[in-house]
Design a protein around this ligand. Sequence first.
Ligand code: IFM
Length: 454
Amino acid sequence: MIPEERAFPADFVWGTATAAYQIEGAAHEDGRSESIWDRFAAIPGKVRNGETGLIADDHYHRYASDIALLRDLGVGVYRFSVAWPRILPDGRGAVNERGLDFYDRLVDELLRAGIEPYVTLYHWDLPQVLEDAGGWPNRDTTEAFTDYAGVVARRLGDRVKNWITHNEPWCASWLGYGWGVHAPGRTNPADALAAAHHLLLSHGQAVPVIRGEVPGARVGITLNLEHKYPATNRPEDVAAARLEDGVSNRWFLDPIFLGTYPDDVAESFAGWAELPDVRDGDLETISAPIDFLGINNYSRAVVKADPKGMPARVRQDESEYTSMGWEVAPDGLHDLLLRVHHDYRPAALYVTENGAAFEDVRTHDGAVNDPERQAFLERYIGAVGRAAADGAPIKGYFVWSFLDNFEWAEGYAKRFGLVYVDYPTLQRIPKKSYYWYRQFIARQPGHPQAEAVA
Ligand code: IFM
């Protein structure tokens, strides 16, 4: 089944996404310095099986053949991130030209393949030297990020027009500074809130810098958002779902689009976590108009109140779950896109990540048959089509991920790729879902092959 293809306009873009630390490897090459993920992954017990991004998919050396695979897939766009420690090994100051050269080559190769780059500046690999100086809870890191954004924009901006400042500030702040399950591994809620504020502030500071460097730039930010449904109509469950939505969705959406932090959520933090130091002008900076919002979405949450009235997720026994333990719930993406459209009116929306990890295996003939992933993508893309038909201004969709890769604390155990990576040999094997996505894209209006295959 090809989902609701007529719902997508001819200028809708189809792509895939990756992130530097998850695929590049070459951790010690060409002047790259240590990142917080190098440091964190080296600590026994932090990452499953003690795995690290030292080699990852070796994309740093294999980018040209990887881009050939992207070209054969037929995507019009590709989202990747730049590794800050390659560009500014000291976090700020001296620029490492060899680091920039890599992204120059990558961008040129993409453009040669007819693929438009979408560049994320920060996908979690903070230079360790900046963490040593306080990391994201330290306000100075916002200035360092703004300088870094300017350096990258200046170098790539003649060819790269689509810029994403940050990937998933909720994860970078809460998983990294609040829960300690991601780098740098701190477990302090006040640090998490300070980090979140500074990530948002640095986003707002970087927007005009990127625009200043890049004629015709389109600048946005990517949030991980998830629709929250109360498990029942009981007022306590409704309130719990609202709070859950507040902590993970509104705490980021409100400052960006409304220039405020949500009071109800701030109240719920009081007495438990020190609120961030929000200075005059910060919210104005954070709410600088942007050209698009990127949404990463994988699931939904059904929420009830626990005995203390706090939000607790309720497992849906009738639903399918991916190997991450995430419920497959495409309607959640449909509802989320419409909700964001109605409540925040972003100029444009992109689904900058959506996909699934399943237990992929190679069969005796060497192929990787992944019908669950194909079914997942069909259903989610169908939901995006319905949201577009219902009026949400959705302009593009990126599958997470192009390649199997380093899934953070899960190491290499979770495979999200359209392309299987055989880690011992680093061989790439397109999965069945790759061929399905290729055929799907080729049938879309506006695609050169659409007429031929219609
Ligand atoms: O792999 C991650 C990615 O880095 C950020 N978004 C979610 C993906 C799957 O967990």
